[in-house]
Design a protein around this ligand. Structure first.
Ligand code: NAD
Length: 330
């Protein structure tokens, strides 16, 4: 299938591009390079630099490249910034996405795979998080993703759009061959921060909150390998054949992993100490967030190859240790 990967030069998108090629599909990447890395894409991948809200450009790509399905990874995703600068998030994550969807429909492209997030659930009433729990985001970032989920339902009903919205938990890890991995700037994710602290590239890691009602007092999260996430995006293709299909899946391993578990995993894998200090809780951090991914496993045959934290951290370690400056392309 010819697949337009919007945001394909970013972290998760670039891993998905690799998986698409491995599965004999033809990815075409559109990225405005705000956060993307050209070096994350193998030579030979068709690449367009531009904005997903640029209807003329997107329309031309859909026609020229004979696109059959669009995967949409592009968004702003810093929760704190979404609170202080919500319009930036609504314009990029909602308004530009509406333009993308409008352009797809006007060109007759009706299959869509969307990167949503567990942040759409806010502070869930129960764990693990199943797809049918109420969604009540507690920040604009989560709200922008929920807004698009709702738009997708309306477009499926009105125009026969077929879509899958994947609510990722914490994407983590790097490609098995160590050639691509996570390189956000600024970095806000725990595993790269802990690795950088172990390597002395950052000061001591701050652990926000040690008095949560969890086994070791630190927050529990669900780390899911980026290649496992990517494979789900391809496994869903067959389900999108029928017009008007609307699918939602929570994607996580279901393994609750504490901040201290991550620190221990980094120390075990690297043989180095992770310097850290305890700090106050951060506002808006739920004590625990982990997925029930039974639905994806049953309906998509989603096979999680990295169910525990150690191999995920090992792949991240291999990438970060060998690439002191990430992709070094900025
Ligand atoms: N990383 C996670 O743990 C996580 C968890 C849940 C959901 N998500 C979602 O997954 C998606 C991918 O996350 P990521 O970590 O790979 O982010 P990323 O920042 O690495 O990748 C996003 C890419 O989109 C591009 N982009 C942004 N706005 C654009 C626009 N208007 N036009 C064209 N390109 C644009 C950026 O340049 C970047 O290359 C995001 O939608 C994010 O909200 C990520």
């Amino acid at each position: 299938m010819n697949v337009l990967v919007v945001g394909g030069a970013g972290y998760i998108g670039s891993h998905c591009v690799r998986q698409l090629v491995a599965a004999n599909h033809r990815p075409v990447v559109l990225d405005n390079m705000i956060f993307g890395h050209r070096a994350a894409l193998d030579k030979g991948i068709s690449f367009y630099e531009g904005d997903l809200g640029d209807s003329d450009l997107v329309g031309q790509i859909l026609i020229d490249e004979k696109i059959e399905l669009v995967m949409h990874f592009a968004a702003f995703a810093y929760v704190g910034e979404s609170v202080t600068d919500p319009l930036k998030y609504y314009f990029n994550n909602v308004v530009a996405t509406l333009r993308l969807l409008e352009t797809m429909l006007s060109e007759g492209v009706t299959k869509f795979v969307f990167s949503s997030t567990c942040a759409t659930f806010g502070i869930p009433q129960s764990m693990p998080i199943t797809e049918d729990l109420p969604q009540a985001p507690i920040n604009p970032y989560g709200q922008t993703k929920l807004d698009i989920e709702n738009v997708l339902k309306s477009l499926a009903h009105a125009h026969g759009l077929s879509f899958a919205a994947f609510r990722y938990f914490n994407a983590a890890g790097a490609a098995e061959d160590g050639t691509i991995g996570e390189a956000h700037d600024p970095e806000s994710h725990l595993i790269p921060l802990a690795i950088d602290a172990a390597l002395g590239r950052r000061p001591a890691l701050k652990v926000f909150g040690s008095d949560y009602p969890t086994p070791d007092g630190t927050c529990l999260r669900d780390y899911v390998h980026v290649d496992d996430l990517s494979r789900a995006h391809i496994a869903v293709f067959d389900q999108l054949e029928a017009p008007g299909t609307g699918l939602f899946y929570n994607l996580g391993t279901g393994t609750p992993t504490s901040v201290l578990d991550v620190i221990n995993a980094v120390e075990k894998v690297s043989g180095k100490k992770v310097p850290y200090q305890m700090a106050e809780r951060r506002a808006g951090d739920p004590p625990e967030l982990y997925a029930d991914s039974t639905k994806a496993k049953q309906e998509l045959g989603w096979d999680i190859k990295h169910p525990t934290i150690d191999p995920i951290v090992a792949s991240a370690w291999a990438w970060h240790e060998s690439r002191p400056r990430g992709f070094d392309d900025k």
